[in-house]
Write a protein that binds this ligand. Structure first.
Ligand code: NI
Length: 164
């Protein structure tokens, strides 16, 4: 396993649509393990393959530090409700912006053994699914932000803490 370099906004690969994975190969398995390791190292809640320069429909998510999910060729097949909150991205370092997403989603994808599964997600996990799967279609959250993209600074974090 190895850490992969995370591409940042401005890199054209982040704006390209990914191709589906047709079969699991040793190379693809290594990529997935590297993505999990890279996400953890960067303290992200999710990572999509194009963020490490690979145009394949693969995303990994871990919103609680405990449960890692791997999604291959994912699609959102149902969505419900709405949530509005701040979002950031490892490919847009130091920035956050407000994005409205569904409160709940139902996802259909393949697991690492290329077996289909469905999963329901809500709250932060639903947000992470929407954000990561958008990456697979070449879309960054910055195109969905309401209001300004804000720079994360020590001061604003401190203010946020004071506001509770
Ligand atoms: Ni992202």
């Amino acid at each position: 396993m190895a850490l992969r370099e995370i591409r940042v906004q401005g890199d054209p690969i982040l704006e390209k649509a990914c191709r589906p994975v047709e079969k699991m190969t040793a190379r693809m398995e290594t990529l997935i393990q590297d993505m999990l390791e890279t996400m953890e190292d960067a303290e992200g809640v999710g990572l999509a393959a194009p963020q490490v320069g690979i145009l394949r429909k693969i995303a990994v998510i871990n919103v609680d530090g405990e449960n890692s999910y791997v999604f291959i060729n994912p699609e959102i097949i149902e969505q419900e409700g709405e949530q509005t909150g701040d979002e950031g991205c490892l490919s847009v370092p130091g920035k956050v912006g407000t994005v409205t997403r569904p409160e709940k989603v139902k996802v259909r994808a393949l697991n690492i053994h290329m077996e289909p599964f469905e999963m329901e997600a809500e709250g932060l996990l639903a947000r992470a699914c929407c954000h990561e799967f958008d990456h697979l279609n070449g879309m960054l959250y910055t195109s969905k932000v309401t209001g300004p993209l804000r720079t994360v600074t020590y001061e604003t974090e401190e203010e946020a803490e004071q506001e509770g």
